[in-house]
Write a protein that binds this ligand. Structure first.
Ligand code: JHZ
Length: 398
């Protein structure tokens, strides 16, 4: 049973950056109720109201992994690891985005799946076979006809965006070779709870995985976890290594039991933990607003850094407008000169010089804090400070 534990109010689509500001309306389906539930049986955390994929992932999807050096490096390291450990004849990536990962692989050995055709065009142009379609059973059949079985399937921050998880894993199971490996990578719900990073919830993140929920989900499809790696990307993610349950050649590592025990010890199997998290979220909102108001009363100039989907949740949940945050800086060309979803805050193309006139920066991309602090050493040296809400609202300069 899916028990609601968190209500983040009405929210716009997180990656829908508008050319000009206008108040969005619930009636016109521009704002959607964002509330989150915990399934006490399957341990899966999911949005209560799900938005059709086609509304969210179209031919103008702005997010590009290559915009953050941390992701470029993380994918480069992963590609080396995959080649060394598994040496796949054919490697399939579900949600290949702008090709940040697959560009590290041989063109003849890769198949890309990417439903946002503006992104799919990029990997096609790079010479990689790309299906600009949603991942489902009919696509898996089409790929199988052309490429036969696949040795390694990889998907980062994508499967949690697909409504029908049963179809997702059924399709994977159909195409994965007998000794094949599935690797999935997504934000860890345990980290999300620990960091009170409620901004991991927005309409695209239909699910937030834990080892407990993934194990249950895949077991229906004769799939089994054999290793779990903790990684730092996107605020703390888990990389799940999965094999066919009847493949006894691969030993199950202790990391699987360790992560599950850790999650149980923390209470991820109990509804009361989720209610506590929801209370922490309310406190986080109140304290963040207090910080902003105090600084504005002192006439400080505050801007945002990293026009993330996550920031869209925070701004709309805390009702923060341009009287508090003057504008957001972001390196993504497709976000420039647009407005933060649902808010009158403009996004300006990143330009270091603009920071000379700024007192405080709100970290929309708090998950890239290290990368950003390295880049903005001069701002910090000149007395500039950052505001973050993770793990609790505070002002920081290191
Ligand atoms: P970032 C997106 O979420 C959406 P977002 C999606 N649903 C998902 O799951 C995750 O990604 C993986 C900018 N930036 O990665 C670039 C700078 O401007 O936290 C990006 O616009 N300067 C697919 O949007 C944004 O910040 C910098 O120095 O929450 C980062 O977005 C750096 C490092 C980033 O994901």
């Amino acid at each position: 049973m899916n028990k609601k534990f968190l209500d983040l109010g009405y929210q716009p689509l997180a990656n829908r950056y508008l050319n000009s500001y206008r108040k969005l309306s619930i009636k016109k389906n521009e704002l959607y109720k964002l509330s989150v539930g915990f399934n006490t049986k399957t341990k899966l955390v999911s949005l209560i109201k799900k938005i059709p994929d086609k509304k969210m992932f179209d031919d103008s999807y702005p997010y590009k992994s290559s915009m953050s050096k941390t992701m470029v490096q993380s994918f480069k390291n992963l590609s080396k690891q995959i080649k060394r450990k598994f040496n796949p004849k054919i490697f399939l990536e579900i949600g290949s985005n702008d090709g940040t990962l697959i560009k590290n692989f041989d063109k003849k050995k890769v198949v890309c799946v990417e439903p946002c055709s503006n992104l799919a065009r990029i990997t096609k142009r790079m010479g990689y076979p790309t299906f600009d379609k949603y991942w489902n059973l009919s696509l898996a059949k089409e790929i199988k006809k052309k490429f036969n079985y696949i040795d390694v399937i990889y998907s980062a921050n994508t499967l949690t965006h697909i409504n029908d998880l049963n179809e997702v894993f059924k399709s994977i199971s159909l195409i994965l070779s007998k000794n094949g490996i599935l690797i999935i990578e997504d934000p860890s719900f345990l980290e999300c709870i620990k960091k009170v990073s409620y901004d991991q919830f927005y309409n695209e993140h239909i699910y937030i995985f834990s080892a407990l929920s993934v194990e249950k989900l895949i077991s229906e499809f004769n799939l089994e976890l054999f290793d779990i790696e903790k990684i730092n990307t996107h605020g703390g993610s888990l990389r799940y290594y999965i094999k066919r349950a009847d493949n006894n050649k691969i030993k199950i590592k202790s990391t699987v039991q360790k992560q599950k025990s850790y999650e149980i010890k923390f209470g991820l199997n109990k509804y009361s933990t989720y209610k506590k998290f929801a209370n922490n979220v309310k406190d986080s909102r109140n304290n963040l607003i207090k910080i902003f108001k105090k600084l504005k009363n002192m006439n400080k100039k505050i801007i945002g850094y990293g026009a993330t989907a996550k920031a869209s949740t925070v701004l709309n949940y805390c009702n923060i407008n341009n009287d508090i945050i003057s504008y957001f800086l972001d390196t993504t060309p497709d976000k420039s000169n647009k407005f933060m979803p649902g808010k009158n805050i403009k996004i300006i193309k990143y330009d270091k010089k603009l920071l000379n006139k700024v007192d405080y920066i709100y970290l929309g991309a708090w998950n890239f804090k290290n990368e950003i602090f390295k880049k903005e050493k001069a701002f910090i040296k000149n007395g500039g400070k950052f505001i973050t809400h993770v793990p609790f609202p505070k002002i920081i300069n290191k």
